[in-house]
Design a protein around this ligand. Structure first.
Ligand code: SF4
Ligand code: SF4
Length: 149
């Protein structure tokens, strides 16, 4: 990977390895979300996708994720304009918006556990969708985010 590539190159020019390394491993994008059809608001649940390992906050089958979870979103530079649904802390969103990476990011800290210690990841509160009855999803809403403002 090129030295401090995230500061020197736009997202479209990153290699596959650099692109993957940009993910901070927070797991926030793997929480279930529901969009209000009228307002566009996004309800975020503390319930994670069935493939998320809620301890490591990484996908347990990243290679086959689209076969197993068809609505998993593949982040690509072409989707930059849609990155507003990602958390403010997300490294892809930060770079897309011209912001710096946080000091806890593994690329800067060299410590992939720091995202968890800082409380940025979902480790401390996420439950797997395998353990939650969809009829109770409404009880698991932890935030409502206005997307279209
Ligand atoms: S929100 Fe962004 S940084 Fe966090 S896991 Fe998802 S893609 Fe990676
Ligand atoms: S399939 Fe994997 S990457 Fe996609 S939302 Fe689920 S846990 Fe996240």
């Amino acid at each position: 990977m090129r030295e401090r590539f995230w500061e020197r190159f736009p997202l479209e020019e990153l290699s596959g390895e650099e692109w993957e390394a940009l993910c901070d491993g927070c797991g926030q994008c793997c929480l279930l979300k529901f969009q209000d059809a009228d307002t566009g608001d996004l309800a975020v649940l503390n319930v994670a996708c069935e493939l998320l390992d809620t301890h490591s906050c990484r996908c347990s089958d990243y290679e086959h994720r689209f076969e197993k979870v068809p609505d998993c979103t593949r982040l690509t530079p072409a989707l930059i304009d849609e990155f507003r649904w990602l958390p403010h802390s997300c490294a892809y969103r930060r770079v897309a918006e011209g912001r710096k990476l946080a000091r806890w990011h593994p690329l800067l800290s060299g410590d992939p556990e720091r995202v968890h210690r800082k409380g940025v990841s979902v480790r401390s509160f996420a439950v797997s969708s395998r353990e939650v009855d969809p009829a109770h999803y409404e009880d698991h809403i932890i935030a409502v985010i206005p997307i279209d403002d």
